[in-house]
Design a protein around this ligand. Sequence first.
Ligand code: GLU
Length: 485
Amino acid sequence: MNCVAALADLLSFLMSKKNTFLDSVSQYFDLAASHSKVSPGILTQIKSCNSVCEFKFPVLQDDGEIEVLTGFRAEHSHHRLPTKGGLRFSRHVTHDETVALATLMTWKCAIVSVPFGGAKGGVCINPKTASPGFRERVVRRYTSELIKKNFIGPSIDVPAPDYGTGEQEMGWIADTYKAFNSDGLNAYACVTGKPLSLHGIEGRTEATGLGVYFGIKEYADREDIVKPLGLSRGIAGKRVIVQGLGNVGFHAAKFLQEMGDAIIVGIAEFEGGISNPDGLDIEEVSAHRRGTGSILDFPGAKNHTNSSELLEADCDILIPAALENQITGKNAPDIQAKIIAEAANGPINAEANRILLSRDKLIIPDVFLNAGGVTVSYFEWLKNLSHVGFERMTTGYESQSNERILSTIEDMTGRKADAEQRALFTAGASEQDIVRAALDESMSSAAHSIEKTRVDNKLPDLRTAAFCHAIEKVSKTYIDLGIFP
Ligand code: GLU
């Protein structure tokens, strides 16, 4: 190899290193840290990942052969315990990806005032081709590895669903943990996102997507933010493109459409994309996909064989809700959306972030926008520790109290409410009502804290403000713990 070729090789190697997910997260941290008042020593501590566990474990395949899998669990920060974060099943799971995701969890929890440190786990398998039996064996063995290594427990580290996992996997984790801790009163708090029958909570499944809706609304409703983008206030009528119709993308699109009256004009998936300027009914697209195995050929929609072209299509709000590194230096100059709402973790790399900001796009960052999942996980964990649903102790009293208020109003006005009005007025809040209202409030108050940090520190964008706010919060805990006198 001649000198020039060797140099070009080295340069491209260095460039590829610079654009990894972990590197992007590190660059976001460094930029925000430079605006914070936190001392260098504390910054070094809170930036680094405290513990990473990487292990191999054997699992029986359906054909009787043994496959040796690689699993990870990263606990980024122990400033608060337990640590918290999802379990991902994907062929792209790596050490660095897991660390990057665990790091984001620390900032995410701080931003929505969830008292946990950040963590994340992963197993390098293809969730799409793995049979239910194989997945169960993987989950149970992975969980027992975590138990052996003291990387799981209600006060230690609490997994949850992430890309490629869901309620069923969480149920298997709970059952395996319980088997090893049979007298543990709080054993079910070792994992969140569980099925309702295993002490899950109403509203966890849709929590991340609903949080995405609440988070977008916080900014879309502000004239001073949307007017410079050339948009009118509010979500109604906004043209939305969603990448990824998994749990997060589906629910975000569903709430934007049903609660916000947005128009879903495009959906991108693995198998291709579909678009329709008049709107795509998200429930119908989902039913079509369940029936045919693909979103393609949805009645009235145009097919796109290359779904990534939809990222660059004309729309008001683009929602990457799939995986990291979807918007890079290559496609960032061509993004037409005015708002990019990060429903996935790390969908925009640092280079693309700079390009989009220089093009005056509004980026609503992942560490805030997709924090709804962990927020409701926190509620589930609290429910598990208290061994009673939030509504159990309040619904009856609320209902009776509302009945008394209504009767007083009726006596005073001489008018009677009809049956429908009476039912509406006197109903006590259900678990789902309580969870949704608390989630809305959490997103709203997080948005206000980020905004305050942005204004007080004259910060250029929401991500820097969100990171800066989180860094200051986490460092304050370290200082108060007395680790840095
Ligand atoms: N996997 C989700 C996330 O990335 C949820 C984590 C949790 O609920 O602990 O935020």
